[in-house]
Design a protein around this ligand. Structure first.
Ligand SMILES: [Zn+2]
Length: 95
């Protein structure tokens, strides 16, 4: 009896959680919505950017962030996802 092999493409490999990673449901004033706020490691992975570029986007006001009461800065995954989609679209159009 033949068994069908199912190949699953692991798309979530970038999101392996380490101790410093954090995801919090939090209100984003810029989005005017409850979004997932994520730590810098996750933010960089989600957007496909390095951390420095993420901070530059934050300074430019293009990525939203929130400072938690304990002092940690978390980033709006909603605005980050837009950045990621834009860069993917740019790649597609440039080919
Ligand atoms: Zn936002």
């Amino acid at each position: 009896m033949k068994k069908k092999a199912t190949i699953t493409v692991e798309r979530e490999r970038l999101f392996v959680l380490s101790r410093s990673d954090r995801v919090v449901d939090h209100w984003c004033h810029k989005c005017q919505a409850n979004v997932k706020m994520i730590s810098i490691d996750l933010a960089a992975a989600l957007a496909g950017l390095n951390q420095r570029t993420v901070f530059q986007l934050v300074e430019a006001g293009k990525v939203h962030f929130v400072e938690m009461s304990e002092g940690q800065t978390l980033f709006c995954s909603n605005s980050l996802a837009e950045k990621a989609q834009q860069s993917n679209r740019f790649d597609a159009e440039s080919s």
